[in-house]
Design a protein around this ligand. Structure first.
Ligand SMILES: C[S@@+](CC[C@H](N)C(=O)[O-])C[C@H]1O[C@@H](n2cnc3c(N)ncnc32)[C@H](O)[C@@H]1O
Length: 298
């Protein structure tokens, strides 16, 4: 059978964009992108055909409409169609452009020429089907937090970091470009592992500098003989809450953490769990409906 994909289009009020992203991600969509359409926002997402039946898509559509009604927004317009693998790549690429993040980064799609006139750190990326193009607020927050942790004057230039849920590898590559010594990147999704390895090559980073393996926190534990200096973890709040107890196996007294993927109204249970497991919340950064915890081990 050909590798076909569902292309799901959701035209919604901009205030609903984050929630739509979240719903689509929980539904299993990949390669999500958004663009402005007049005063509305068009969110595009892709899902392998075999992962959803028409009935599932109808249920998703109902859920998105209910969300909008509960929040007194206009119901979004939702469409879906089946497209072929090659068209998926072409369609999605049209919507993704170079993007400046924080003070230091320029995220450049792999298929575009490398700019020669930029004084930014150029992070080349082809995320394939993995999450992590940099156009999601949580990825932006994590990269900006890494800038703060690994900035030029920082003592952290020799840092070893763990990247839990690495997706495309964007945060590990960003950390190495900022001067970190080594990153250990793990993801439970084999497609993310593949994409992260390809992006490591694309950025000409040695395999010894970014170790990429399928797995999660316990996989990192097997690869280190002393605590890591920092942990970045941009996954949904429910997953982070489950992983926090395991993180003590890779953290020491000086370890810092950057945790995102957390909606503002999920911040309290995450903060409580962090504190229960020996982390001090130093700062909470916010972008749209999302937040990012900057923490350090007590
Ligand atoms: C929101 S994406 C983040 C990607 C990238 N780090 C970024 O910041 O853009 C979350 C990633 O976490 C992975 N993931 C989900 N649960 C996980 C777990 N328990 N352990 C490790 N990775 C997990 C998913 O496969 C996905 O690639």
């Amino acid at each position: 059978m050909a590798n076909n994909w569902w292309e799901i289009q959701v035209l919604c009020e901009p205030a609903l964009e984050d929630l739509v992203f979240l719903r689509l991600e929980s539904f299993g969509c990949q390669g999500t992108a958004s663009q402005t359409k007049g005063s509305s926002c068009l969110v595009l997402a892709y899902l392998p055909q075999e992962k959803a039946q028409l009935l599932d898509l109808s249920a998703l559509s109902l859920l998105l409409r209910q969300d909008a009604l509960c929040m007194s927004f206009q119901a979004p317009v939702i469409k879906w169609s089946l497209i072929e693998e090659e068209d998926w790549g072409v369609n999605w690429r049209k919507h993704w452009h170079p993007q400046k993040i924080g003070d230091r980064f320029l995220i450049n799609p792999a298929w575009l020429p490398i700019p020669t006139d930029s004084d930014r750190l150029i992070l080349r990326l082809d995320p394939g089907v993995a999450f992590g193009t940099g156009d999601h607020p949580t990825t932006e927050l994590c990269l900006e937090a890494l800038e703060m942790r690994l900035g030029d004057d920082s003592e952290q230039q020799n840092a070893v970091i763990a990247d839990i849920g690495c997706g495309s590898g964007i945060l590990s590559i960003g950390a190495i470009l900022l001067g970190a010594h080594r990153a250990i990147a793990v993801d439970t999704d084999p497609l993310a592992v593949r994409a992260a390895r390809e992006n490591r090559e694309l950025n000409k980073i040695a395999k010894e500098q970014i170790t990429i393996q399928q797995g999660s926190v316990l996989q990192v534990k097997e690869l280190i003989d002393q605590p890591v200096n920092g942990i970045v973890c941009n996954i949904l709040a429910e997953v982070i809450i489950d992983l926090i107890p395991e993180m003590n196996a890779i953290a020491g007294p000086e370890t810092w953490g950057i945790f995102s993927g957390i909606l503002l109204d999920q911040a309290k249970p995450v903060a409580d769990t962090l504190e229960q497991h020996g982390w001090i919340v130093a700062a909470l950064w916010r972008r749209q409906d999302w937040c990012c915890f900057n923490v350090r081990h007590a």
